[in-house]
Design a protein around this ligand. Structure first.
Ligand SMILES: *Cc1c(COP(=O)(O)O)cnc(C)c1O
Length: 345
């Protein structure tokens, strides 16, 4: 798949590490059927640029290049109160000499605290220009358009990036990741049997799937829903993957059955901590020294652990976990992750 005709900014000057997790795999196997579990590998997209980066960095390489090509002076995006996507978009704006404005969706009334730690602290540290807080269920596209209109009235030019950076252009970031991974597997002579990835606004899962199909990488992908169960999540991912194919001008159809996701691990609600997340975050930190975050990767890893315990993977199978980042929000939930504050079951 030829990505070279799309303008791209580079925010990570290296391929993210692909590492085996020997101590984590051994600890996990103890709780799996017959004491045998998968060999778990990790791809460190938590080490992407715009440090501490995460999956949004890859999408923004294409989105910000497009904003610059269109002469924008301000990036406008949206997210939840502790949004990694907003923080990384702001970092990209700062690096490019652009301004940045957010629309924050307060799904729980009055939950957005400007003085909170984690990403909210980073918003202030990096100097976000303005934040509009709107109630849960608002039409985010319309709210962002209002911000763009206000800028236009002042003779400025905003560029709207959808939530999570998940449109066809943003999805190209994960086509690039698929190609980077393919090269690493080739160089390291490594066979991966399955990839486990988080599935939220769907640019990561959908972009990676499009990249796998388009590059003939025959590794199944299991998405772990971070906010939706499969009936609601899979159509979004399918649409995203197909949109990426179309943007690339490829005459390929994404088979609906290639989109597989697992639900349940995000409960009781998006971003609300649960016990399986706490266990996953502690286990990876205490076996490998790698931090996960409470909102996304902790729940995604809880999904991998849960599937392993149900015997979903073959013993000895090489399973790759894509670490999508999120580190700053860990600091907004320290007491929950340490077990000092009780969380949902
Ligand atoms: C946004 C995010 C995800 C989900 O990725 P999508 O492309 O929105 O599906 C996973 N992990 C982290 C840390 C994120 O910030």
């Amino acid at each position: 798949m030829d990505l070279s005709r799309f303008p791209r900014r580079r925010y990570t000057p290296f391929a993210t590490p692909l590492e085996f997790l020997p101590r984590f795999s051994a600890a996990l196997a103890e709780s799996c059927p017959g004491g045998q579990g998968p060999n778990v590998w990790i791809k460190r997209d938590d080490m992407l640029g715009l440090f501490p980066g995460g999956n949004k960095t890859r999408k923004l390489e294409f989105l910000v290049a497009d904003a610059l090509a269109k002469g924008a002076d301000t990036l406008i995006t949206c997210g939840a109160p502790q949004s990694n996507h907003c923080r990384i978009t702001l970092a990209a704006a700062v690096k490019e000499g652009l301004k940045c404005r957010f629309v924050i969706e307060e799904r729980v009334p009055n939950s957005y605290d400007t003085k909170a730690s984690g990403n909210n602290f980073m918003f202030r540290l990096m100097g976000v220009e303005a934040i509009t807080v709107v109630p849960g269920g608002s039409n985010m596209a319309a709210e962002m358009q209002k911000v763009a209109d206000a800028l236009a009235a002042e003779g400025r030019k905003g560029y709207i990036i959808p939530g999570g950076g998940s449109n066809a252009l943003g999805g190209l970031g994960y086509v690039a990741c698929a190609q980077e991974l393919q090269q690493q597997l080739f160089e390291q002579g490594l066979r991966i049997d399955r990839v486990v990835v988080g599935s939220g606004s769907s640019g990561t899962h959908g972009g990676l799937l499009a990249g796998f199909i388009g590059n003939n990488i025959r590794i199944p992908i299991t998405g772990i829903g971070v906010s939706r169960d499969p009936a609601d999540q899979e159509p979004l991912v399918h649409k995203e993957a197909q949109a990426v194919m179309e943007l690339l001008g490829l005459p390929l159809t994404v088979p609906r059955e290639a989109v597989q996701s697992v639900g349940g691990y995000w409960q009781p609600k998006y971003s609300i901590p649960n016990q399986a997340m706490v266990e996953a975050v502690q286990l990876l930190a205490r076996t490998e020294g790698i931090p996960l975050d409470p909102v996304y990767t902790g729940k995604i890893m809880a999904g991998l652990i849960g599937l392993a315990r149900k015997g979903f993977f073959q013993p000895g199978e090489n399973v790759l976990f894509l670490h999508t980042g999120g580190l700053p929000s860990l600091h907004a939930y320290e007491a929950q992750v340490l077990g000092d504050t009780p969380v949902a079951g």
